[in-house]
Design a protein around this ligand. Structure first.
Ligand code: PMP
Length: 425
């Protein structure tokens, strides 16, 4: 790596804490500094020195069509010419809302916000406002953005007791979050006994994809549906990653299990800042200005984000979902075969778990909870990351992040990946 990149990082560190605007970009623990990118196109991203990488980070998920899809770009250009923020009612959010609702039969109304974090924050307040209860159950290994009450780790006391995992989160806030392991049905039953009539909601990523990819058995999600219904608590599916990625209707569509509230983000803005909360009309009308649960936003339903999302989603068809899954299989098969033989088997401990167009490189199959994850994952992943980076293949710089495949990762890109890995197709 040249001085250009490390100089930029040095400068960045003087201006921004740790040199980054989000910690996962920091290359922490790696022997190299973050790459600075200046442009992107299709399945590729280019650093400031014009080195071209196959991109599997894809902005952490929003770019399901790839970078700069011509139809999205055209819609954004047209949007720009109409002005990019009004702070008033406009028709563009209605078009996106109508489209989303047509694909989400379990949702009657939506409200747009600016990020997944904001969507979760609102969903939790809404669940508390609707039920009149304070406690929320969350699972170890599920990420729901940097909301105070979600930055929580397991405590040492009773089933579910928790403490803050970040400085600055008050104990009082942590006290109202109960934390359990994924799959722990007995712990959940006990929690509902210990905190009878106090639990407002269970929140889960129905496809946990922020601590690796920990695919849950459908029975567990059904158990959550049943236990929340039986206890008059709400079920929140955080589909910020899985929504419109694994299917139009996310994991709710794939499993047929209907949450009470869904949070969305990423793909529904096509790469512009967005989030959304959706639920029945009854639940949603608890929000201001009709209801007593306050929520607002200067830039909410930003017209550019609305057209970015709609123009992206209009390109998706049931066939696109099949195609992108097929491409993911081709790519992960190539990578897995390469890892078996590269440098006398240096990376042969790894296999690849996939779900739809998501993949995770991990030494173990069928990881469904944190305890299943091998302890030396990061050490091995960091070496792999650097070898791939050198060959122009860009993964998210952290062992616990998943890879994202887009529709731009077509067969030409697959052939290019093979070439970068010295594989003859
Ligand atoms: N929930 C889930 C499931 C997510 O994956 C993320 C982001 N990775 C968030 C919430 C937070 O979204 P944002 O980064 O847009 O605030």
């Amino acid at each position: 790596m040249s001085n250009i990149q490390s100089d930029l990082f040095s400068k960045s560190k003087t201006l921004v804490p740790g040199g980054v605007h989000s910690p996962v970009r920091s290359f922490k623990g790696l022997h190299t500094t973050p790459r600075f990118f200046k442009r992107a196109e299709g399945a590729y991203i280019y650093d400031v020195e014009d080195k071209k990488y196959v991109d599997f980070c894809m902005s952490f998920g929003p770019l399901i069509l790839g970078h700069r899809h011509p139809k999205v770009e055209k819609a954004l250009h047209e949007g720009l010419e109409r002005g990019w923020s009004y702070g008033a009612c406009e028709p563009y959010s209605l078009e996106l809302a109508e489209f989303l609702l047509s694909k989400l039969p379990h949702v009657e109304q939506l409200r747009f916000v600016n990020s997944g974090t904001e969507a979760v924050m609102t969903a939790l307040r809404l669940a508390r406002g609707v039920t009149g209860r304070n406690k929320i159950i969350k699972f170890n290994g599920c990420y729901h953005g940097h909301v105070d009450s979600m930055l929580i780790k397991a405590g040492s006391g009773l089933a579910g007791e928790a403490e803050a995992s970040s400085a600055g989160v008050p104990e009082g806030v942590a006290h109202d979050t109960l934390i359990l392991e994924l799959g722990d049905t007995e712990g959940l039953k006990q929690c509902f006994i210990d905190h009878k009539d106090q639990i407002a909601a269970i929140i889960i990523e129905p496809l946990p994809a922020n601590n690796g990819l920990m695919v849950q058995p459908k029975e567990f999600l059904q158990f959550l549906r049943d236990i929340t219904t039986a206890n008059k608590a709400l079920l929140i599916f955080d589909e910020v990653i899985s929504g419109f990625r694994v299917a139009f209707g996310g994991m709710a569509e794939v499993t047929g299990i209907k949450p009470d509230i869904v949070t969305l983000g990423k793909i529904i803005g096509g790469g512009l800042p967005v989030g959304a909360i959706g639920a029945s009309k009854f639940i949603m009308e608890h929000l201001a200005p009709i209801g007593k649960v306050y929520q607002a936003g200067t830039l909410s339903a930003n017209p550019l984000a609305m057209v970015g999302g709609l123009s992206t989603l209009k390109e998706m068809t049931p066939e696109s979902y099949k195609k992108i899954e097929e491409q993911t299989k081709k790519i992960t098969t190539l990578l897995a075969n390469w890892m078996k033989t590269y440098n006398n088997g240096q990376f042969n401990m790894f296999q690849i778990t996939t779900y739809s167009s998501l993949f995770w490189i991990v030494p173990k199959e069928n990881v469904t909870k944190i305890a299943d994850i091998p302890a030396n994952l990061t050490e091995n992943f960091n070496k792999l990351f650097e070898v791939l980076l050198d060959r122009g293949i860009y993964l998210a710089p952290n062992a616990y992040e998943v890879g994202f495949v887009s529709l731009a990762h077509d067969d030409t890109v697959v052939a290019d990946i093979a070439k970068r890995l010295d594989i003859k197709l």
